[in-house]
Design a protein around this ligand. Structure first.
Ligand code: SF4
Length: 414
């Protein structure tokens, strides 16, 4: 049975390596120009080269987003950029502008072209049109049910990709000018400031600073505030419909999120692939996804039109039950005099959020295991005791837990 490709976001080189380590079949990223998510960090060409080399070593594909809605000025440097991507031997381009599709077909005709969700492909006739324009894969509109998706897949010989997890846009992906008008940040260039999620009130012009509430209820008026998509409970249906690729949203999210989401979907897909008859959804997968920063979960349009349950009416804040503390960089040998026959070792951790000696923490790894421990003794690399470690600092702890490089360290929020 062919499992769909699991496609993870790579906002920068570190996130790419984490996505690969945690089980992605492919990653998507963008350069400093031409890709949405302007604030994701993104890649210089030399970082892209390193990322592609690393991904190749692990048999993982790399797709590059060139998916802005291009203006005339954007076309000037485009041919050189496309040629550079071709030289780097990327596995495909993610495009949404028909002009860029046409340029890519002229300049880099050998590169597979994937249509971005920005084009909101919502019916088989549109899918057929794009397939005839040389598109090899379509990331369908998020606003489709499982029946619509299956019908498109049946009728059009093109690879179909859907979003499986992550934030939802309340308009058809980015076709909204709220952010342009209110903050001068263009969603179609990846700069959305999410004003759809702000809390609004009404002010009469002759009564400045007197706000009349326009509440849904006493908590506020988050009228456009969608929950986040999560389809972890529908893996069998998704695989059965023949979808070719499952995309995790979130190039701007941190490595705790990238690792946490990728490992859960990897595990669920592999469980299904090993034995579809015996496959059972495990509640711990959803519990794990709830430990990552999110805004409550919904199935979006997948089961039909979303109900009022798909929106948050009380807050637009992220739910954060756990806090990212750091990432394991290296396993170090024990110094000679401290060697022992048990499995004790030293692990070097790069700290991302302040951590204090004596704190309870949890290590998570790509196999969906987690290990709880107390940081009784923290030292620096020179072996000196550290009471409080700050972001960016590298610390060393001694442990006999089966911890490896790239494991993520986190703690429960109190
Ligand atoms: S403001 Fe909201 S609806 Fe508009 S593009 Fe941004 S996320 Fe989408």
């Amino acid at each position: 049975m062919k499992l769909p490709e699991l496609l993870a976001p790579a906002g920068n080189l570190e996130k790419l390596k984490i996505a690969v380590h945690y089980g992605a079949d492919a990653v998507y990223l963008s350069g400093k120009r031409y890709g949405l998510r302007s604030y994701a960090g993104n890649f210089t060409l030399s970082e892209m080269e390193e990322g592609i080399r690393f991904a190749r070593e692990h048999q993982v594909k790399v797709y590059v987003a060139v998916n802005i809605i291009a203006h005339n000025d954007d076309l000037v440097d485009l041919p050189d950029y496309l040629s550079s991507l071709s030289d780097l031997r990327v596995d495909g381009l993610i495009i949404s502008d028909p002009g860029i599709v046409s340029k890519a077909r002229q300049i880099v005709p050998h590169l597979p072209l994937h249509l971005s969700t920005q084009l909101s492909t919502s019916n088989w006739c549109s899918a057929q049109f794009w397939q005839q324009q040389g598109i090899s894969r379509i990331n369908l509109s998020r606003e489709l049910s499982c029946h619509d998706i299956a019908l498109i897949k049946q009728r059009v010989p093109v690879e179909i990709e859907i979003f499986i997890h992550g934030a939802m846009c309340i308009s058809y992906s980015g076709r909204c000018l709220l952010s342009n008008y209110l903050t001068n940040r263009d969603p179609n260039k990846g700069e959305c400031s999410h004003p759809c999620r702000w809390q609004y009130a009404l002010m009469e012009e002759k009564r400045p600073n007197e706000y009349f509430p326009i509440t849904e209820d006493e908590y506020g008026s988050y009228v456009f505030n969608s929950k986040d998509l999560c389809l972890i409970e529908y893996i069998p249906e998704i695989v059965a419909s023949g979808i070719d690729a499952l995309k995790i949203e979130g190039r701007m999210k941190g490595i705790h999120y990238v690792a946490g989401v990728t490992r859960v979907y990897r595990h669920a897909l592999d469980c299904y692939g090993e034995n579809p008859e015996k496959y059972q959804f495990q509640t711990k997968w959803l519990e794990e996804l709830k430990k990552l920063s999110h805004r409550d979960y919904t199935t979006g349009f997948y089961l039909g039109s979303p109900s009022s349950e798909s929106f948050n009416y009380t807050t637009s804040e992220y739910i954060r039950t756990h806090e990212f503390v750091g990432v394991v960089r290296e396993i170090l040998p024990l110094p000679g005099e401290r060697s022992s026959s048990n499995s004790e070792k030293l692990i070097k951790i790069q700290v991302r959020n302040k951590v204090i000696q004596g704190e309870q923490v949890e290590f998570i790894n790509k196999n969906l295991n987690s290990y709880h421990t107390r940081l009784d003794e923290i030292t620096n690399e020179a072996g000196e005791m550290v009471q409080v470690a700050q972001p960016g600092q590298e610390i060393v702890i001694r442990t006999n837990l089966p911890i490896g490089a790239n494991d993520i360290l986190r703690r429960e929020k109190i």
